[in-house]
Design a protein around this ligand. Structure first.
Ligand code: RIB
Length: 309
């Protein structure tokens, strides 16, 4: 099996997850059912997922020189993620994400990005060789926009594939970011925010996907929760059906999909097959609590998931 090489420029947070019956009202104190914590952050989650499947992963990130930062660094190393471009700073605390998960497994997340905000374009430039060598770069929007853009420009200049996950999304993203996106991978809510088109059913999702292609993205891979994903190119649209499972905690499921999709795509599978296999892995993750700790590793997965790689 060929080992694909992937780089990720993005955030690492420490996730503090409370499992609750319902959200408290203003001024109210409620009991939570359970608490969990672990390494998170969209970039880190995607990197760890791809590494768990067997990719060679380089991470570009900034952590606080604190207990969460050191724990995150160890975590990357434990999965074999290359950390030459993971920086520690004493100028800010590590990013954290207080998260609540309700009875249905739906989450609400606050991110306090902290040290992630201090990742600089110089530090991304320093990672140019590794981004070029990797051949596929994953980015998101939890580090400064200028840093994300810089990473994507480097990938484009070096001939690497840009897989851009516009999360958390905001409406007025610069046009350039769409043009730099070889693959843009939003969920329905993010697609709606970026295009102004409601994407909560298949027809709306296709319209929003079309709008993203018109903005300059070459390929759209839109995740549709339990409904699977939608793969769109200029003249084609494929709906990859979802897998119905009893979701306990959907935190980080999108990142699990993206890290897995990037792995299978970088292995050379066609887009729809890469999405089909990534759906299967994300369906496992939502049945377990936590973020990265809910992601299966290669040894736990059925053999056919690695067929013809
Ligand atoms: O996508 C899930 C992630 O969003 C969490 O790990 C949290 O840290 C936030 O970045």
């Amino acid at each position: 099996m060929r080992r694909p090489s992937i780089s990720v420029a993005g955030a690492a947070n420490f996730d503090l997850i409370s499992y609750i019956e319902r959200m408290p009202r203003t001024g109210e104190t409620i009991h939570g059912r359970r608490f969990g914590m672990g390494c998170g952050g969209k970039g880190a989650n995607q990197a760890v997922m791809a590494a768990k499947l067997g990719a060679e992963v380089t991470m570009v990130a900034k952590l606080g020189d604190d207990i969460f930062g050191h724990r995150t660094l160890e975590n990357f190393k434990s999965f074999g993620v290359k950390t030459d471009h993971v920086h520690l700073t004493d100028k800010a605390l590590s990013g954290v994400a207080p998260i609540t998960v309700d009875r249905e497994g739906n989450n609400s997340i606050i991110i306090v990005t902290g040290a992630n905000d201090l990742l600089t374009v110089e530090e991304l430039e320093a990672a140019r060789r590794d981004i070029a060598a990797a051949g596929l770069l994953i980015t998101q929007l939890e580090i400064p926009l200028e840093a994300t853009l810089c990473a994507m420009r480097i990938a484009r200049e070096e001939g690497a594939v840009n897989l851009f996950n516009p999360a958390p999304a905001f409406a007025d993203l610069p046009d350039e970011i769409f043009v730099l996106s070889d693959i843009i991978c939003p969920n329905e809510t993010e697609a709606e925010l970026l295009t102004g088109i409601r994407a909560d059913n298949l027809e709306g999702a296709e319209q929003a996907g079309r709008a993203l292609l018109e903005k300059g993205a070459k390929i759209v891979v839109m995740t549709l929760g339990g409904n699977g994903s939608l793969i769109m190119e200029k003249d084609t649209s494929i709906h990859v059906r979802g897998i119905q499972v009893d979701a306990k905690d959907t935190t980080g499921a999108g990142d699990c999909f993206i890290g897995s999709f990037a792995y299978f795509y970088a292995c050379g599978l066609p887009l729809d097959e890469a999405a089909r296999r990534a759906n299967r892995i994300a369906a496992i993750s939502v049945q377990r609590p936590g973020t990265q700790i809910s992601y299966p590793d290669a040894a736990e997965l059925p053999e056919d998931i690695f067929e013809s790689l």
